[in-house]
Write a protein that binds this ligand. Structure first.
Ligand SMILES: Cc1ncc(COP(=O)(O)O)c(C=O)c1O
Length: 365
């Protein structure tokens, strides 16, 4: 019996859409990976074919982001949430403070861990504005002798994104880039450490990418448990223990797909085009749709909006679901609606959503 499959538009916030071409390639290679007679999941992590996969993912990251020589690329497990602890465990030593810029739930979680482990303080917060904006760079009054300054470059729940990053001089800038890593070119040299879970822009869940400046490795507390030291992972090319091999394979393939798309410039252009399709509907809706974020802080990754009341939002989400749109509910902590248009979400999906939104407004105004 043939089955008709309705097209699904995946706007999940993470785990989220993966490039169809990558999934197809992974499917093709699944049973017999490049002539090894087994799948990539069954290879020893010490074998040559896996080593090639591992190193290719690192090389592709370095190339796409033009990562300078004095940085290491690491693959760690435990998600961005482990980084919330690992960063202060390594770098928040007695006698120093760490500044946190509070732009949403994830910064709060990162800050809470740092507070538990050492002396952390809030450099700026947008809480009173319901986290609808990114602070101006001149609002960031951190101390010149701080251990580090921590920011969340894209706020997945509120739909705000940093457009410029502060020049922090001697204060190491540490960024949670979980929801906008590899969505645009960045100047890596502005950061001392970048971390991101792969499950939004880079592959399935299970891998955390860490890009760390080498001099920081020496500054870390030497008395930490071995597995929690960045130096352990750096010394062993992220093979100190068994890495999430399938996730790293998928990461490498997603990075290869970004290269094939024309690199980060082309990806940014596409992301801008996609987000514009939806923001334009919001802006031209005479207030029927209300964007949460201030214009200049709008995220290209997570587009958050509300309708007149909860009943209308419920209707919108129900009809959207029936029409094949998945993942449009806002985060459970804030409600409303959210379309996550990460790298792998096709332009057609955003076009279809924008048309659905226009139609829904016409039917319900
Ligand atoms: C910005 C940001 N930071 C951290 C996290 C937590 O990541 P993980 O679930 O990988 O620990 C998320 C998850 O959505 C996120 O969006």
């Amino acid at each position: 019996m043939t089955q008709t499959i309705q097209p699904v538009y995946n706007f999940n916030a993470g785990p989220s859409a993966l490039p169809a071409a990558v999934l197809e390639k992974a499917q093709k290679e699944l049973i017999n990976f490049r002539g090894t007679g087994m799948s990539v999941m069954e290879l020893s992590h010490r074998s040559k074919p896996y080593e090639e996969v591992h190193n290719q993912a690192i090389e592709r990251l370095k190339k796409l982001y033009s990562i300078p020589e004095n940085y290491e690329v690491l693959f760690i497990q435990g998600g961005a949430s482990l980084q919330f602890s690992m960063v202060p465990i390594n770098f928040l030593q007695t006698g120093k403070k760490a500044g946190y810029v509070m732009t949403g739930v994830w910064s709060e979680k990162a800050f809470a861990e740092a507070e538990r482990l050492g002396d952390a303080y809030q450099v700026a917060s947008t809480e009173t504005d319901k986290h609808n904006r990114i602070p101006n760079l001149n609002e960031l009054n951190y101390n010149e002798d701080d251990a580090y300054l921590h920011i969340t470059t894209n706020n997945t729940i509120y739909g705000t994104q940093w457009k410029d990053y502060p020049d922090t001089g001697n204060v190491p800038l540490i960024a949670d880039m979980s929801s906008d890593i590899m969505s645009k070119p960045i100047d890596v040299s502005k950061f001392a450490l970048i971390y991101a879970g792969t499950q939004k822009n880079l592959g399935p869940s299970g891998v955390t990418v860490v890009i760390i400046r080498k001099d920081l490795l020496e500054k870390a507390n030497p008395d930490n448990p071995t597995i929690l030291k960045y130096a352990t992972h750096a010394k062993n090319n992220s093979l100190y223990h068994t890495p999430p091999t399938f996730g790293i394979y998928m990461l490498g393939e997603v990075l290869g797909w970004i290269e094939e798309c024309g690199g980060l410039e082309a990806v940014t252009q596409r992301n801008e085009e996609k987000a514009k399709l939806i923001y334009d509907v919001i802006d031209n809706s005479d207030g029927f749709y209300r964007g949460h974020a201030e214009l200049e802080s709008r995220s290209l990754m997570n587009i958050t909006f509300r309708l007149a009341d909860e009943a209308l939002e419920k209707k919108f989400l129900a009809e959207a679901k029936d029409a094949g749109f998945v993942g449009l509910n806002g985060h459970r902590s804030v409600g409303g609606c959210r379309a996550s248009a990460y790298n792998a979400v096709p332009v057609e999906a955003c076009k279809a959503l924008s048309e659905f939104m226009i139609q829904f407004q016409q039917n319900n105004h």
